[in-house]
Ligand binder design. Structure first.
Ligand code: HSE
Length: 430
C-alpha cells in the first residue's frame, strides 16, 4: 500500500504584531499539532511584518520571524493574516496577497466597513477566500452564523452591544456613579480605551461593525458612511441614574433593521429595559441579539476585544481557509443580491424618553402634551418630580414613532414658554 505523502505545509504570513498579532503568533506556534490536524496540513508561520523589527517584543515572538518587508512576506504566502489595522498599508497588502493567490484573514473592521467591496471583488476574481470573523465583536462567532448558519432564514433585526470600551464606561457610570470623563479615564487605565478614545466613544468602531453585520444580514451593501452614528459623549451620570430609576440600563447599541421599506442601520446610546438580555451585559463584554423569521431570537455573547479572544476568531478563520487550500472549495463570497434601499436616519421607528424642566404652573403639562399630540406622537408615561424653586422635572416616555416626528416634537416642545430646559433625550430600544 502506498504511504500517503505528508501534506505540504501552508505558509502563513502575519501582518502586525500588536496585542492581537502577538497572540495569533503565540497560538500558531504553540498549537501547531492541533491546528495541523484540524486544517489538514501544517501551518507554518512564515514571518511577521512589523514597522520596527528592533522594538522589544513578547518572548513568544521569535525575532528571526520579524521583518519590515511586508510585501516580500505576502508574496510567498498561502494565507495572509492582517491584524495591523488602519487603512493603508493594510488595504494594499491585502490586495497584493489576493492578487498573488493567497487567502486572506483580516480583523480590520474600519477597512472592511469603508472599502470592503474592493477586497471582496478582488477575492472573488482571484478565487480566494476572504474571512473576517474577528472584525466584529472579537471572539464572538457572529460573522459566520449570520453569513452561513442563517443563510436559509430571513433576518429581520440585529441589535447589539459591539463596543466593549463604551459598555465598560456606561456600566461603571451605572454602578459607581462616575461621570463619563472619569469612567473613560478608568477604561484607559485598564487598557480598554485607547489614549485617543474617539473611535470608541464617538461610535465609529460600533458603526463599522454595524455596517458589516447589516451587509451580511440583509444581503445589501452597507458602508460605515450609511450608518447614523451618535456616540456616548452626551450621556450624563444623571441620565444613567434616571435610567436605573425607570427600570433601564443605558447601552450603546448598534441596530440594523429590515422593514418593508428598506434597511436602516444606526448606532446610538439607548435605554434598554432591565429585563432585556442586553441590559445584563456588563463590563467590556459584547452581545448581539439577532431576530430571524424562522429561528426566532438568538443571542451571541462573549469577549469583544483583547488579544487572545480576538486571536481565537482569527485562527478559526485561518483553519477554514487552510482546509480549502488542502481539500479544495471556497468560503462564501459577498452576497448583495437583495440590494435593499438604505433608509435615512429619520425614517427609523423608535421611542423617546425625555427629561425636561418646566415652570410648575397650572396647565403646563397639558401644554406639553398638546404639542406632543399635535405632532402625531403618543405619550406612554409621564412622571413628575419637584417642584423646586417653582420648577418641576417631567419625565415623559413616548410610544413608538418615526425619528423625524420625534425630533420635530422635541424641537417644538423646546420653544414652549414654560419649558426651561430639555435636559435629556434618549431613545428606548429592545
Ligand atoms: N475598541 C473595541 C472595543 C475593540 O472596545 O470593543 C476593537 O474593535
Amino acid at each position: 500500500m502506498p504511504v500517503p505523502e505528508p501534506a505540504r505545509g501552508l505558509r502563513v504570513a502575519l501582518l502586525g504584531c500588536g496585542v492581537v498579532g502577538t497572540e495569533v503568533a503565540r497560538m500558531l506556534l504553540e498549537q501547531g499539532t492541533d491546528l495541523a490536524a484540524r486544517a489538514g496540513a501544517p501551518l507554518e508561520l512564515a514571518g511577521i511584518a512589523v514597522r520596527d523589527a528592533s522594538r522589544p517584543r513578547d518572548a513568544a515572538i521569535p525575532p528571526a520571524l520579524l521583518t519590515e518587508d511586508a510585501e516580500s512576506l505576502v508574496d510567498g504566502a498561502d494565507i495572509v493574516v492582517e491584524v495591523m489595522g488602519g487603512t493603508e498599508p493594510a488595504r494594499a497588502l491585502l490586495l497584493r496577497a489576493i492578487e498573488g493567490g493567497a487567502a486572506v484573514v483580516t480583523a480590520n473592521k474600519a477597512l472592511l466597513a469603508a472599502d470592503g467591496p474592493t477586497l471582496y471583488k478582488a477575492a472573488d476574481s482571484a478565487g480566494v477566500d476572504i474571512y473576517y470573523e474577528a472584525a466584529v465583536a472579537g471572539a464572538i462567532p457572529i460573522v459566520r452564523p449570520v453569513r452561513e448558519s442563517l443563510a436559509g432564514d430571513h433576518v429581520r433585526r440585529v441589535l447589539g452591544i459591539v463596543n466593549g470600551t463604551t459598555n465598560y464606561v456606561l456600566d461603571q457610570m451605572a454602578t459607581t456613579g462616575l461621570d463619563l470623563d472619569e469612567a473613560v479615564k478608568q477604561a484607559q487605565d485598564l487598557g480598554y480605551a485607547e489614549a485617543d478614545p474617539t473611535a470608541d466613544v464617538e461610535g465609529y468602531d460600533a458603526a463599522a461593525k454595524a455596517a458589516i453585520l447589516a451587509s451580511l444580514a440583509f444581503h445589501t451593501r452597507v458602508s460605515a458612511d450609511d450608518v447614523a452614528r451618535e456616540g456616548i459623549t452626551g450621556v450624563t451620570s444623571a441620565d444613567v441614574a434616571w435610567a436605573a430609576r425607570t427600570g433601564h440600563a443605558v447601552k450603546l447599541l448598534a441596530i440594523a433593521e429590515q422593514t418593508g421599506e428598506g434597511v436602516s442601520v444606526r448606532v446610538h446610546p439607548a435605554l434598554v429595559p432591565l429585563e432585556h438580555p442586553l441590559a445584563g451585559v456588563k463590563g467590556a463584554f459584547n452581545a448581539i441579539f439577532v431576530e430571524a423569521d424562522a429561528a426566532g431570537p438568538l443571542m451571541f455573547y462573549g469577549q469583544g476585544a483583547g488579544g487572545r479572544p480576538t486571536a481565537s476568531a482569527v485562527l478559526g478563520d485561518v483553519v477554514s481557509a487552510a482546509r480549502h487550500r488542502v481539500l479544495g472549495g471556497k468560503g462564501p463570497q459577498e452576497s448583495i443580491y437583495a440590494a435593499r434601499p438604505l433608509l435615512p436616519a429619520d425614517a427609523a421607528v423608535t421611542r423617546y424618553q425625555v427629561r425636561l424642566l418646566v415652570a410648575d404652573l397650572p396647565g403646563v403639562l397639558a401644554q406639553v402634551a398638546g404639542v406632543v399630540g399635535d405632532h402625531g406622537v403618543s405619550i406612554d408615561t409621564v412622571r413628575q418630580t419637584g417642584p423646586s424653586e417653582g420648577t418641576a422635572e417631567l419625565l415623559l416616555t413616548t410610544h413608538a414613532a418615526r425619528e423625524a416626528s420625534l425630533a420635530a416634537t422635541i424641537a417644538a416642545v423646546r420653544t414652549l414658554e414654560p419649558v426651561r430646559e430639555i435636559t435629556s433625550v434618549l431613545r428606548v430600544e429592545g
